[in-house]
Ligand binder design. Structure first.
Ligand SMILES: NC(=O)c1ccc[n+]([C@@H]2O[C@H](COP(=O)([O-])OP(=O)(O)OC[C@H]3O[C@@H](n4cnc5c(N)ncnc54)[C@H](OP(=O)(O)O)[C@@H]3O)[C@@H](O)[C@H]2O)c1
Length: 384
């Protein structure tokens, strides 16, 4: 079966969703690649979004089990996450002191600053690996007019999955740079998704700018031609009547495309100067809280929810199998930065995600946006 399956995958290279579904189903019967164990003693790691049952949880558990000092985050139940992780580590015979835990809500700038300040004090300012794993998908099955918005009025996937992760990375950049210089290797692992292929680069700059037209390049790169630059600000007065209908899968894909741009841009900006590398990961289609069949929760009843969960688990990877590529990127020091990984190997992201000019423009705008938020007193940046 393995050889036939691998051959079929090679022939199914058409970029359409049918071939992707077939590929995924075949892969379920192939052996699942596992990250090779690495001694992580002395390495300080942040894993965002590590609630029980998630990819982040498995990532934090494995890395701490290999000796890393891991700070795990979630939003809703930090004591439960911390206790469960420590319990699992005890069972593995690893030190439970390898885990610390803190609340982090990426869509709230104060929460990001509070977490960063806590981390900086608690971990002596050392940060070897930042795993930007936390993410949401508020699934809607039909396109609709209204976008779901975060507290500050920005579309919720863009705000949480991309802008929030960018903000956190930006605030922690001095720590990553300093650790990269001192230890010879620091890295950012951005958890993206194969769904980044749903959209192209043209959608990256339109949030909150539609009413003024797209953000035009001006004489200096990345500047709009006239007036103040628009930085994904919420639109006043609700959606424009002629705005395309909102599709949560596109919004999610857009945030994941931006995560690839961010990873590749970090590699270009800081690999040589600070030994700071970055890579993007597609974990596969994985059974987690994000993919559990939400439609059956609540109203229709527990029995149907249980049946649908059991059926879903047959066609999805386990969280442990899905976390392997993230773990590999976080732990293997010889791995090449500036790449997209899936199934523990270099994968092929969309052509749009490899556009350097777009990544630079997105980084510059994101930096300016982060500069408008409440600031955490920064550690001095190392010159490039
Ligand atoms: N599962 C898949 O098939 C799949 C495929 C491709 C990519 N991914 C990506 O993999 C990553 C992990 O997803 P998962 O499948 O493990 O999902 P999950 O089980 O739903 O876990 C998501 C984690 O993110 C946290 N989170 C939610 N909102 C947040 C916010 N505003 N700020 C900070 N953290 C927040 C959650 O914390 P609380 O539990 O406290 O809310 C939870 O710990 C995501 O980036 C997802 O897009 C998943």
């Amino acid at each position: 079966m393995c050889n036939v399956g691998a051959a079929l995958i090679r022939y199914l290279n058409m970029p359409n969703s049918l071939s992707k579904t077939v590929k995924h189903l075949i892969r379920l019967f192939l052996s699942k690649p596992m990250a090779a164990p690495v001694d992580m003693s002395g390495r300080h790691v942040i894993v965002t979004g590590a609630s029980p049952g998630s990819l982040g949880y498995e990532t934090a558990r494995v890395l701490a089990g290999w000796g890393a000092t891991v700070a795990a985050t979630c939003v809703r139940n930090v004591p439960l996450m911390e206790a469960t992780l420590k319990d699992d580590l005890r069972k593995l015979g690893a030190g439970e002191e390898n885990i610390t835990a803190h609340r982090l809500d990426l869509s709230d700038p104060d929460s990001v600053n509070d977490f960063a300040a806590w981390y900086r004090d608690r971990h002596q300012g050392k940060l070897h690996v930042l795993v930007n794993n936390a993410g949401i998908h508020r699934k809607t099955f039909a396109p609709r007019k209204q976008q779901p918005l975060a507290e500050d009025g920005i579309e919720v996937h863009w705000r949480t999955n991309y802008l929030g992760a960018f903000h956190l990375t930006w605030v922690l950049l001095p720590l990553l740079q300093r650790t990269g210089l001192e230890s010879g290797d620091a890295r950012v692992v951005n958890v993206s998704s194969g769904l980044h292929e749903r959209v192209g680069n043209e959608v990256l700059f339109d949030e909150g700018t539609r009413h003024e037209g797209p953000l035009h390049e001006g004489p200096s790169h990345g500047e709009p031609r006239q007036g103040r630059p628009r930085l994904w600000e919420p639109r006043q007065g609700g959606p424009r009547p002629d705005m395309p209908r909102y599709h949560s899968w596109d919004a999610y894909g857009k945030s994941k495309l931006a995560m690839i741009h961010m990873a590749f841009e970090i590699e270009r900006r800081f690999a040589e100067s600070h030994n700071l590398h970055a890579m993007a990961v597609h974990p596969g289609v994985v059974m987690t809280n994000l993919t559990l069949p939400q439609a059956f929760r609540g109203g229709i009843g527990k029995a149907l929810h249980r049946i649908s969960t059991a059926l879903t688990s047959l066609v999805l990877l386990s969280a442990n199998a899905g976390a392997q590529t993230i773990v590999m990127c976080a732990s293997q020091r010889q791995l090449q930065g500036g790449k997209y990984y899936e199934r523990c190997a270099v994968g092929e992201p969309s052509v749009d995600s490899q556009d350097e000019a777009v990544a630079k423009r997105l980084w510059d705008l994101s930096e300016r946006w982060a500069g408008t938020l409440p600031q955490l007193p920064q550690l001095p940046l190392h010159p490039r």
